[in-house]
Design a protein around this ligand. Sequence first.
Ligand code: ADP
Length: 192
Amino acid sequence: MQNIILFGAPGSGKGTQSEFLVKKYGLQHLSTGDLLRKEIASGSELGKEIESLISKGNLVPDHKMIHLIAHHLDSLPKECNGVIFDGFPRTVEQAEALTMLLERKHMTAVMIEIYVDEDEVITRLLERGKTSGRPDDNFLTIKQRLRIYHEVTKPVSGYYLHHHNYFLINGNYSMEDTFEQIDKILSMHGKC
Ligand code: ADP
């Protein structure tokens, strides 16, 4: 069983690489963005609160995110090959909470950071915005998401580097090239 945290700026390709990993290794994909968008679509009070944060490019509070992840970890099938965390943890507090949640289940996770240049990320998100229908894929909100990424989220990679559970890859080129790098890490790590 291998749990993987796919980490990187918005638009770095975490969702795309998750799909490749699901196909090749049968891992469970846990995308917090998708879970939050589902909550918004349900029309609940919580969904409305989340929508106003996401559409401005801001983060959902840690305690709500940690609660959500804890619930999803508990509801995973027993025979699961491992989980891909996509969009979580996004703060150091979330990272500490995830370590504890996994420890309780005698599990760990490795982080794979997909590095993509900022210009490339902005180009990709603007392109995606033409068809995604996502209210946060517009220039001003993308800028705010990137600001938050650098200030609050990027330090999370230091947390995993410190715990020797960290790999960095270059995601500037094709999807296939990026996946090859991820695949190499997983086969060297010997658990997939
Ligand atoms: P992207 O990686 O392209 O920014 P996501 O779909 O992962 O998109 O997330 C969309 C939005 O959902 C984020 O900008 C943020 O507002 C919210 N979100 C997702 N994951 C988290 C999290 N772990 N903590 C707080 N907010 C989150």
